[in-house]
Write a protein that binds this ligand. Structure first.
Ligand code: 13P
Ligand code: SF4
Length: 319
């Protein structure tokens, strides 16, 4: 639409005027992902978003994603201004792991190394020994297990259970879940697989174990896009937020992609597997953030320094 075009032009102008760069997650709208690409920004998983933002020489990072991604960017780059289209965009994992309760949980298990998923507040990260994202979690836990460490993991119980299975590590799990991925049902994936037996199944490990068990490949968003390219199958059933289809289809234009159903009845669902908070990022509020400086992320200094340590461990971790 013409209004979108006008907004896109405005954002391009503002990005340049503010020496700003757009860092977007795969789950944001297609128009935002495309804009990030066209303007020299990045479209990535949460680990690469953090890396890209930290390394980039822009004065301002515009983070299109959810709150923890903006906070991580600010923790890694305190000298940069970090703007988000909206500060309301949270994550059920973050919401389900309040810092005080989490801290008490850690206090009750002082013998365990605290590893938290990036999908947490700065205050929760500040209490952790390690931060990980889904693309690096298995490697880090394997490393800690080899050092004989026992793990306290938060907040995603599905991802935690998956890592536990992969590594055999001793992990005590916090009881959190992603409301988007938790909706995938094994029955629905099996029914779809019944219709397309030759299709490969790709699953984000925030999904329930019964769904991950059906996967040919389980991994982070960027790992799933890579797998889409590498797998020999030309039909792919994908269990993650539908935002990923924009880049995945670009990566494999010749393949047929199916959204894994969330209804459990074999019917594909066009609107279910989409994060409501990612969907809050829009061209309008992005333009407003750049124009008015709204949606700026601030992280208290002491908290920032405490959260920086486990984040840097992740970024410096060599597989
Ligand atoms: P990725 O690190 O795989 O991009 O995951 C982030 C996320 O929020 C998935 O729901
Ligand atoms: Fe959080 Fe799930 Fe949304 Fe990712 S998809 S941001 S884990 S609620």
């Amino acid at each position: 639409p013409a209004e979108d075009e006008a907004r896109i032009e405005e954002i391009k102008r503002l990005l340049e005027a503010h020496n700003a760069v757009l860092v977007a997650h795969y789950y944001t709208d297609d128009a935002i992902q495309q804009l990030a690409e066209e303007t020299g920004g990045c479209v990535a998983d949460s680990l690469e978003m953090a890396r890209f933002g930290a390394r980039h020489e822009a004065d301002t990072l515009v983070v299109a994603g959810v709150r923890f991604m903006g906070e991580t960017a600010k923790i890694l780059s305190p000298e940069k201004r970090v703007l988000m289209p909206t500060l309301e965009a949270t994550c059920s994992l973050d919401v389900g792991c309040p810092a005080e309760e989490f801290s008490a949980f850690c206090d009750a298990h002082p013998d365990r190394t605290v590893v938290v998923y990036a999908n947490t507040s700065a205050a929760v990260k500040a209490r952790a020994d390690w931060v990980v994202t889904s693309s690096i979690a298995v490697d880090v836990i394997e490393h800690l297990k080899a050092r004989g460490e026992k793990i306290l993991w938060a907040p995603d119980k599905h991802l935690g259970g998956y890592i536990q299975k992969q590594t055999g590590a001793d992990m005590l799990l916090w009881d959190g879940a992603c409301i988007v991925h938790e909706e995938f049902k094994a029955k629905g994936v099996e029914d779809l697989k019944g219709l397309y037996p030759e299709a490969a199944v790709l699953v984000h490990p925030e999904s329930p174990a019964s769904v991950v068990e059906l996967a040919d490949v389980a991994g982070s968003t960027s790992q799933l896009i890579k797998a889409a390219k590498e797998l020999p199958q030309d039909k792919l059933i994908v269990a993650t937020d539908r935002g990923i289809f924009f880049k995945m289809q670009q990566a494999v234009p010749e393949k047929t992609l199916f959204e894994a159903p969330t209804a459990g009845n074999g019917a594909t669902c066009k609107s279910c597997a989409h994060c409501p908070w990612m969907a809050m990022n829009a061209l309008d509020n992005m333009a407003a953030a750049l124009r008015e400086g709204s949606g700026e992320i601030f992280v208290d200094d002491a908290l920032r320094l405490a959260a920086l340590k486990p984040l840097e461990r992740m970024l410096n971790f060599n597989r």
